[in-house]
Design a protein around this ligand. Structure first.
Ligand code: GAL
Length: 412
């Protein structure tokens, strides 16, 4: 710690000593971005912040958001707040905001005109509680993607599928070639993500909204959703030999041609990029599983726990500002594989899959993320159910659907 302070002071002296106008402030920023692509993206945020004359102190927490969030919340409620922290914008930080632990950035937002350039508007709504803005959205990350390995399909002697049904039909050929049809990491959120993506693709956005938004338990128990559970059952069979935990290990299986595909958010693109793979040539992306081209406009946001040190409070503002600058938005999102929160930036350098995402966004084919619709407690119960469903073949699709409907009936 002493070393870090000394280094920061030295850097401040060198960079700003002459002008004498600013001094570097260390700001610890916690997040769960630890895969190759994520680390490359977060380095862009750090670089932009350091260029303001302050110092990004990286507080990466490995393992996934499910592991990181309780640690972050514990620090904030326990009186050891970090300078800034990632959450998915929506309802994850709701209770911390209600408890008065987060800074209100409404004034800065008004001064900088955030409402004028943040697009779609729902991104800022996800940061707003009782008319006040408590977070800075940094990206739109959509979950509704099927990533396919062109090599795996070539090795199995079948054409790269164009939609979910073709993918399911290709599974026996993949298996015969010793390839796992569908790679899924076993962490709770990943199996739920696969289920939610199948739901939107096969049952459509209205059903998704009615279930997660309106908590329509009758619909959740009905025949439309029975089709979704049947497809989830197919996904379970296709992923039976996928014995990895982390999402990026599953992406690696697709990159290496050991798996046919993975249902995963757009952040998988960061991994393909780090591996030097090219969209369209080495891998194929099917938004909405090639059935319903819809993307969710959830994403990542940074929240700023209240500070007693006025210098840190000032540095928080600098960080909030620079995260939304056009240059940072482009640099960060190109590495992350997500879409910028500003509609006014130049994304010519985007790859084919990101361009598909931008087109879907421009058409307005968007839905909110479940985190924006359901309380964290409800989301956890759904997660638990799908971990069990994917791990336990004895749990039938019909019984899982019954339990799902019960969770929806009780959720808020
Ligand atoms: C999500 C996060 C994404 C992402 C992913 C996997 O919660 O919002 O940005 O990278 O986890 O770590």
């Amino acid at each position: 710690m002493r070393y870090r302070l000394t280094t920061a002071a030295f850097a401040a002296g060198v960079v700003f000593g002459a002008a004498g106008s600013a001094s570097a402030t260390d700001l610890e920023v916690t997040h769960w971005w630890t895969s190759g692509g994520e680390a490359a993206a977060v380095a862009e945020l750090a670089k932009a912040f350091d260029a303001t004359g302050n110092k990004w102190v990286d507080g990466a927490i490995a393992g996934s958001g499910d592991i990181a969030r309780p640690i972050m919340i514990g620090r904030i409620t326990g009186g050891d707040p970090m300078g800034a922290t990632q959450f998915n914008h929506g309802r994850q930080a709701e209770e911390l905001v209600q408890a008065g632990l987060m800074r209100d950035f409404t004034e800065l937002a008004e001064k900088e005109g955030w409402t004028k350039f943040i697009h779609p508007k729902s991104l800022l709504d996800g940061c707003t509680l009782d008319g006040k803005i408590y977070c800075v959205p940094v990206n739109i990350h959509s979950q509704q993607w099927l990533w396919l390995s062109n090599k795996a399909f070539a090795d199995a002697g079948v054409a790269v599928p164009k939609n979910w049904d073709e993918f399911v039909a290709a599974a026996p050929a993949l298996e015969k070639a010793g390839i796992v049809p569908l790679a899924i990491g076993q962490q709770p959120w990943q199996t739920t993500l696969a289920f939610q993506v199948i739901l939107v693709a096969l049952a459509g956005p209205e059903t998704f909204q009615k279930i997660f938004g309106d908590k329509d338990a009758t619909l959740a128990a009905g025949p439309e959703m029975a089709k979704v559970f049947a497809a989830a059952d197919q996904a379970r069979a296709m992923s039976a030999k996928s014995n990895v935990q982390e999402w990026n290990q599953a992406t690696s299986m697709v990159i290496n041609g050991k798996a046919g595909g993975q249902i995963m958010g757009d952040w998988a693109q960061g991994e393909f990029q780090v591996a030097g793979q090219v969209a369209g040539k080495d891998y194929t992306c099917l938004p909405g599983l090639g059935v319903n081209e819809i993307i969710s406009t959830g994403g990542d946001a940074f929240y700023f726990p209240k500070q007693t040190d006025p210098e840190k409070a000032k540095a928080q503002e600098a960080l909030a500002s620079v995260m939304l600058s056009p240059a940072t938005q482009v640099a960060f999102n190109l590495k992350k594989g997500s879409l910028p929160v500003r509609g006014d930036v130049d994304l010519n350098a985007a790859n084919d899959c990101m361009k598909k995402g931008l087109e879907i966004l421009a058409k307005g084919n968007i839905i909110p993320a479940p985190d924006q619709l359901m309380s964290a407690d409800g989301v956890t119960q759904v997660n638990d159910l799908f971990v069990e469903f994917f791990a336990n073949k004895e749990l039938s699709a019909a019984d899982a659907q019954k339990r799902f409907a019960e969770i929806i009936a009780a959720a808020d």
